[in-house]
Design a protein around this ligand. Structure first.
Ligand code: MN3
Ligand code: MN3
Length: 322
């Protein structure tokens, strides 16, 4: 947004709030601030060395390599692109917070790698991530929208990335959590999921405000574009999932989990679901992993804004709320 108005560089005034959700989101995100360095990942070394097969360790590493790429994209390009379209200064501040936390997410995977692997193994994972056809396809497809898309298209890209594309990776640590393995790694993933639950809801909400202002024809065009994009990303994600998970025999379960999350991404954007998959279709071990969560699950608690709570709960099923 433009910062100079009537010849003056505008100071941000938090005593004047244009949209209560900006302030509520700021409070929620700062309240749940965390750092990877607080989690004792080395406590998982016994599981890593004693309970996971070589094939499982390999998939685990590649999955985290892929997650690193996507969180790097969010921290370096995603939030910067969305911030250009912020409609007020408090929204910009919230996006600043999100951008920093994306850097924490990206770094946390390196903390996991460092604890569990040798240097040469880590280098191989990064080399794989930088060159994997399907991972690069989705990262560059989303980044192109960040660079060239309209304000609403950029928000769609961000929500699809965070509420859909990450889940082929999140499946693995949630699966182990459901089996009571790699619990400290899972703790990091739960913290990331807690953040993403807020990010997806907030950015989806900002999308819905803009979407409602479009004419019926513009809405129909944008809907056609976003469903095409989702199909395109899903086709790529199918190939990515086969490449990663065929060896373990997990592919069909991961794909069902992906379709379930694709529907959640659409819900965040206020759009109808695309796939028939519901929570009941997802491997119960993974759902169990998600629901063995810790803290209070009251999204935007303490806001005292009834209409927000209602709207947010509807967009954001309790599965990922902590
Ligand atoms: Mn993230
Ligand atoms: Mn995020």
């Amino acid at each position: 947004m433009e910062h100079i108005q009537n010849g003056s560089y505008q100071a941000v005034n938090w005593n004047y709030i244009e949209d209560a959700l900006d302030k509520a989101t700021w409070e929620k995100l700062t309240q749940q601030f965390w750092l990877d360095t607080r989690i004792p990942i080395s406590n998982d070394l016994r599981n890593w060395q004693g309970d996971l097969s070589a094939a499982e360790r390999r998939v685990f590493n590649l999955v985290f390599g892929g997650l690193t790429t996507l969180d790097t994209l969010q921290s370096q390009d995603g939030m910067a692109a969305l911030r250009q379209d912020a409609v007020n200064q408090k929204e910009e501040a919230v996006l600043n917070n999100i951008q920093f936390m994306e850097s924490v997410h990206a770094k946390s995977y390196s903390s996991i790698f460092e604890t569990l692997n040798e240097k040469s193994e880590i280098e191989a994972v990064f080399d794989w991530a930088d060159h994997n056809e399907y991972l690069q396809y989705k990262a560059q497809k989303i980044n192109a929208i960040y660079q060239e898309g309209s304000p609403l298209e950029k928000k769609v890209a961000s929500v699809f990335l965070e509420t859909f594309l990450f889940y082929s990776g999140f499946y693995t640590p949630l699966y182990y959590l459901g089996h009571n393995r790699m619990l400290n790694v899972a703790e990091i993933i739960k913290l990331i999921l807690r953040d993403e639950s807020v990010h997806g809801t907030y950015i989806g909400y900002k999308f819905q405000i803009g979407f409602k202002k479009l004419s019926a024809e513009e809405q129909a065009d944008l809907q056609a574009w976003l469903y095409d994009l989702l199909y395109d990303l899903y086709e790529n994600e199918e190939k990515f999932t086969h490449e990663l998970y065929d060896e373990l025999g997990w592919t069909e379960d991961v794909l069902s989990f992906l379709r379930y999350n694709a529907n959640k991404a659409l819900m965040n954007l206020g759009q109808d679901p695309l796939f028939p998959d519901s929570a009941d279709d997802v491997n119960p071990v993974v759902m169990n992993g998600i629901s063995t969560s810790t803290a209070n699950h009251d999204f935007f608690s303490g806001v005292g804004n009834g209409y927000l709570l209602g709207e947010v709960e509807a967009m954001d099923s309790a599965d990922y709320d902590y």
